[in-house]
Design a protein around this ligand. Structure first.
Ligand code: FAD
Length: 540
């Protein structure tokens, strides 16, 4: 099997999908971020310059087989970066300082095991590669002192075995979101894991990064869906039992989920699945302000009726959502009139989604509606909810459009308890705004609350500004540093679901302290004694 080449090499996803902004949206954007200078992709794929590749040890090529070794420029390039703004800015600019020497596609888990053994013996660094959608530098080819580096593409690990009676499924690491979901639906079950990167990210990547999907309030984050894991490390293999629970010591499963390839390769996971939902209902509401919206979510998360999807946009995000996809013309004026009548102009958009059997969906919707009404939210209807649902994977395509126009577009996230959430929202938003203003590129900064828990929720920030041409990555780094420092100062986590990778590794000391880091390093030393696994990620 060849590595996949079915997405843009310089951007996100299907090259045929090119959303455009209408005149009204363009005018508002210009008003808020200033004039933009078009930012074309600098190089053709053929002209893209990569550092020369080191030859691989012969034994390694034999372990994978010639047919599983790819040293062509396109494959090396496609495995040299993730999909964060800084990655796409470098690709768009036609410059990458590092690339893997080769992409290896092992045919099965046995070959993965042989590859890791040989790489450890020969001192070849290994970057496990799922969909390459990391936004934190998780697949960056950092050598960690080794002279050679391979990207280990796990696309061939695609087994599916469903235990319908136990509602579990063993899934191969290389299955992408839609492939896993289609195979499960054929058996009448679903996983319900829908991150915005669903189309291209893989099961192994979800497990390795503790991913959270848009319906995680109901279905659970990916790590809570994982029942059992398998890890192939250079020093040997580790498995946990496929039992619903165990009291046999600290959970090794927890060491494997979120390990981001630094301990070894996850070839498959056993996940909990659910019967395919008979009912799906998405709808939108509007709260008076962000605090009122958050209070509604807190009441729901601390009671019995939490919907599967629940998100509250702050006033800025609501304005941007309406600017991009709100009603226009007569319908737009009628909508404005309705908001005025309900005294909800400048309010905050809430989207809820309930899925499940008829009885549970109806019960949870009724409880949600009660909480929404009590919290003063006004109903906007199913149309707006459905439009969010249908457009839920469109954001990254629009990022390419905006970057092409000359904009910087990036997202970051954190979480905190209900008591500290608003303070953190204000502090991180202000840090991003100040950094953008300080660089002479003021922009749009907005946020939504999602992934709700009884004790708190996550905050997901987006910022859009004019890109500082010629210094795009430096500009991004400044904003990222300011936001990360504000998160740490506010006691939030450096990542609720994007993981640590290279970008958040410097903040792990604040996150888990030096003893915590020593514990993770000791596990790594045991499983990966020569330090070949994904150097420079997760640990500072
Ligand atoms: C547009 C966009 C939207 C996103 N939205 C979300 C979202 O809603 N929720 C969310 O949680 N994340 C989101 N992400 C981040 C990203 O998609 C997730 O981190 C995803 O889980 C990564 O999966 P992947 O298969 O692409 O992994 P990769 O990017 O290939 O790898 C990620 C990390 O895991 C390691 N790894 C991958 N597979 C394995 C394996 N089998 N064994 C061991 N290590 C492995 C890699 O070495 C790397 O460190 C988004 C990213 C983008 C670009």
């Amino acid at each position: 099997m060849t590595p996949r080449r079915d997405s843009k090499w310089w951007g996100w996803g299907d090259p045929a999908v090119e959303p455009q902004l209408d005149e009204e949206a363009l005018a508002t954007l210009r008003e808020r971020v200033g004039e933009l200078e078009p930012w074309p992709v600098a190089a053709e794929l053929e002209g893209f310059e990569l550092p020369p590749a080191e030859p691989l040890p012969r034994a390694l090529v034999e372990a994978v087989g010639e047919a599983g070794v790819f040293t062509g420029a396109e494959d090396r390039l496609r495995h040299a970066a993730g999909c964060g703004y800084a990655d796409l800015a470098r690709l768009r600019g036609g410059r990458l300082e590092a690339a893997p020497d080769a992409v290896l596609v092992p045919r099965d888990a046995g070959a993965v095991s042989r590859v890791l053994e040989l790489c450890a013996a020969e001192g070849v660094a290994v970057v496990p590669f799922g969909g390459g959608t990391s936004v934190v530098g998780g697949v960056e080819p950092l050598r960690g002192g080794h002279s050679r580096l391979v990207s280990l593409d796990l696309a061939t690990l695609r087994g599916v075995a469903v235990d319908r009676r136990s509602l579990t499924a063993r899934l191969g690491a290389g299955l992408r979101g839609p492939e896993a979901e289609a195979a499960l639906r054929a058996e009448g079950v679903v996983l319900g894991h829908y991150p915005q990167s669903f189309e291209y990210a893989t099961i192994g990547g979800f497990a390795a990064t503790r991913s959270a999907g848009q319906a995680s309030s109901g279905y659970g984050r990916f790590d809570s869906l994982v029942g059992a894991v398998r890890l192939i490390a250079p020093a040997g293999e580790l498995r946990t039992l496929e039992t619903p629970h165990t009291a046999a010591g600290p959970a090794l499963r927890e060491l494997v989920v979120g390990s981001e390839g630094i301990f070894g390769v996850i070839p498959e996971v056993t996940v909990r699945v659910r019967p395919e939902p008979a009912q799906r209902r998405y709808e939108a509401w509007i709260a008076e302000d962000f605090e009122a919206g958050a209070e509604i979510v807190r009441a729901l998360a601390q009671g019995p009726g939490l919907p599967d999807v629940i998100r509250v946009s702050d006033a800025e995000e609501t304005e941007v959502s309406l600017m991009l996809s709100g009603p226009r013309g007569l319908a737009g004026r009628a909508f404005e009139g309705y908001l005025g009548l309900r005294r909800r102009r400048g309010g905050c958009l809430i989207v809820i989604g309930v899925e499940g059997d008829e009885e549970s969906a109806a019960r949870r919707r009724a409880l949600s509606v009660r909480a929404l009404r009590r919290g003063g939210a006004a109903y906007l209807g199913q149309g707006a909810g459905r439009s969010w649902e249908h457009g839920r994977f469109q954001g990254p395509y629009l990022r390419d459009t905006l970057m092409g126009m000359g904009a910087m577009v990036e997202t970051l996230e954190t979480s905190h308890t209900w008591s500290r959430l608003h303070e953190l929202h204000a502090a991180v938003g202000a840090a991003i705004r100040d950094s953008l203003d300080g660089q002479g590129t003021p922009g749009l900064v907005f946020c939504h609350l999602s992934h709700a828990y009884a004790d708190g929720a996550s905050l997901y920030f987006t910022f859009i500004s004019r890109a500082r041409r010629g210094a795009e990555v430096e500009q991004w780094r400044e904003v990222k540093r300011a936001a990360s420092q504000a998160i740490v100062a506010g006691g939030g986590t450096i990542t609720h679901h994007h993981a640590v990778g290279r970008d958040h590794a410097p903040y792990m000391q604040a996150e888990i302290g030096s003893t915590g880091i020593d514990v993770l390093q000791a596990v790594k030393d045991q499983l990966d004694p020569t330090g070949i696994m994904n150097p420079g990620k997760l640990l500072p």
